[in-house]
Design a protein around this ligand. Sequence first.
Ligand code: FES
Length: 166
Amino acid sequence: MARHVIAPVADLPVGARKRVILEGRPVLVLNIKGELFALSDTCPHRGASLAEGILTGHVVATEPGTYVYSREGEILRCPWHAWEFDVRTGRSWCDPKHMRLMQHAVSVASGVSLLESGCVSASEAPIKERGCVSASEAPLQQEGPYQATTFPVRVENAYVVVDTPD
Ligand code: FES
């Protein structure tokens, strides 16, 4: 483990994010409601900076027509293709309905094929193959195939410290 002093705690107030380079790797440190998190700032899908992503929550359907929104601010959505990452575990999530909307928005604007990127498909089949099912079957957010790297983060003598593996 290598220890990295990131910043004085006072420089990372609630809601702040800081992007740093640790041993050549971009790492994003976030203060979410007073709790610190650190994860790789390279999206495991296609390499976008997660630092530009929005923080959202987790939505599940407990039964048809009943939705539960939880963990506000703990899910980081990648700005490129909208895969979402749990800041605690780095595990990815996707919302199949949102992915289909993204396909239209991006393909019309720039001609970029999200089908090729693996994020969306014209049909439902490739989404199902990746563990994401159609909106009519889905509990809104499905576990995805990607895993963002997370790092231990703590406060030592009023400084934020992140550990990276050797
Ligand atoms: S690069 Fe992050 S979701 Fe595609």
